[in-house]
Design a protein around this ligand. Structure first.
Ligand SMILES: CC(C)(COP(=O)(O)OP(=O)(O)OC[C@H]1O[C@@H](n2cnc3c(N)ncnc32)[C@H](O)[C@@H]1OP(=O)(O)O)[C@@H](O)C(=O)NCCC(=O)NCCS
Length: 234
């Protein structure tokens, strides 16, 4: 949904940049990250990915969990095309979506949505989904762990949330397996939280066990003296 004014398109779903406050001095851009078994990289519109995405977004469990409509090929392609543009975290409300690739094939998506960029409140919400044929092998755990490394070690989030719709035991189990704590419930959703103190304790081990490389050395990772919170500009 959007409108055009003076030749420019404006989305009505997201607040415009000028309403979203401070910017990170150095934006976090999506560069491909690797783990032991997976590549996480920006989405692409190549034919094989469009086919895989069409299959994934129409899975009943994905549609129920995310309240997504059924999409025909044209709609799922537009949806994927939209995701290819979400590659930068710079300001509150920015959304980063990465393709989860296994042996050259798109098998899922892991995302990070910045809720606040202000230093002591810097926070983001993580999301995940997998092709049903690849569930049960730990791929979501591995991909989400890499996204947490990006959130805590690169974006320097103070906390990360995961919002899980009731009746989605696989997603709730994933949140707990990753080290999230359930903190709130509204009857329809459960909210899970991980703070940077938890990541400080677990991060190094998680990065090592999943072979995660987000380009940050241990001495610059979250909590170290060499990692002051990223500066903001207005
Ligand atoms: C939520 C979702 C991503 C979880 O997928 P998943 O396959 O259960 O999670 P993982 O890929 O981490 O796999 C975990 C399973 O692999 C096993 N496993 C094997 N090797 C593993 C490893 N190295 N590390 C972790 N788990 C491993 C685990 O024991 C677990 O087994 P279980 O299913 O028998 O309990 C998936 O169910 C999904 O896409 N659902 C639909 C979309 C959705 O709900 N999104 C969330 C919206 S809030």
């Amino acid at each position: 949904m959007g409108l055009k004014w003076r030749g420019r398109s404006f989305s009505l779903r997201r607040r415009q940049r000028f309403l979203r406050g401070s910017f990170l001095e150095h934006p976090v851009d999506a560069t491909p990250m690797s783990t032991r078994r997976l590549i996480l990289r920006p989405h692409r519109l190549r034919h094989a990915d469009a086919e895989a995405w069409h299959h994934i977004v129409n899975q009943p469990d994905v549609r129920t969990a995310l309240n997504w409509p059924a999409r025909d090929r044209a709609a799922s392609r537009r949806h994927l095309e939209h995701r290819t543009r979400h590659t930068r975290l710079w300001q509150a409300d920015d959304f980063l979506a990465l393709a989860i690739e296994l042996d050259g094939e798109l098998i899922g998506d892991v995302s990070l949505h910045v809720r606040s960029i202000e230093g002591s409140n810097r926070s983001a919400e993580i999301g995940w989904l997998l092709d049903r044929r690849n569930m049960g092998c730990g791929y979501a755990t591995e991909a989400a762990s890499a996204m947490l490394a990006l959130a805590f070690d690169v974006l320097q989030a103070q906390w990360v949330t995961a919002i899980v719709r009731r009746g989605n035991p696989r997603s709730a189990a994933l949140a707990k397996r990753l080290g999230f704590t359930p903190v709130a419930a509204d009857g329809q959703h459960d909210a899970f939280l991980m703070g940077n103190l938890v990541w400080r304790e677990r991060g190094a081990e998680v990065r090592t066990s999943y072979g995660i490389d987000v380009g940050v050395s241990d001495e610059h990772a979250v909590g170290s003296a060499a990692a002051p919170l990223g500066r903001l500009t207005r």
